[in-house]
Design a protein around this ligand. Structure first.
Ligand code: SF4
Ligand code: SF4
Length: 110
């Protein structure tokens, strides 16, 4: 057995130790720990960003209800802005806003 082959086997063993085995993966590859979506910053995917026109907003919070990424920030029942670390720029908030012409405009990321 050559030294190269021995080294390869030891590398393989090390990498196998670092990775969980198939028996350690939950059935269906399910993620069992709740609340971990917050750890994944998805804002980098965005092509368009929501921009609020505060003068137009009537704080009905329809956008908050519909946002699929929970990225509408609300304080004391009023919309305060967007969580741009997680907002994917889908534009749903802008579409569902009942104000004429929408209080949220989608602007192209610079
Ligand atoms: S653009 Fe989409 S993800 Fe971003 S705040 Fe609006 S609804 Fe939420
Ligand atoms: S849906 Fe429009 S009016 Fe209602 S809170 Fe959101 S931005 Fe404001």
């Amino acid at each position: 057995m050559g030294s190269v082959e021995v080294k390869k086997k030891s590398d393989k063993k090390k990498s196998a130790q670092a990775q969980p085995g198939w028996k350690d993966i939950p059935i269906g590859g399910m993620i069992l720990e709740a609340g971990n979506a917050f750890e994944y910053k998805t804002g980098g995917w965005r092509t368009f960003r929501p921009v609020l026109d505060k003068a137009k907003c009537i704080n009905c919070l329809t956008c908050w209800f519909y946002c699929p990424d929970a990225s509408i920030n609300v304080e004391d029942g009023k919309l305060t802005g967007f969580d741009l670390e997680h907002c994917k720029g889908c534009g749903i908030c802008s579409k569902v806003c009942p104000v004429k012409g929408s209080a949220i405009k989608m602007e192209k990321e610079g």
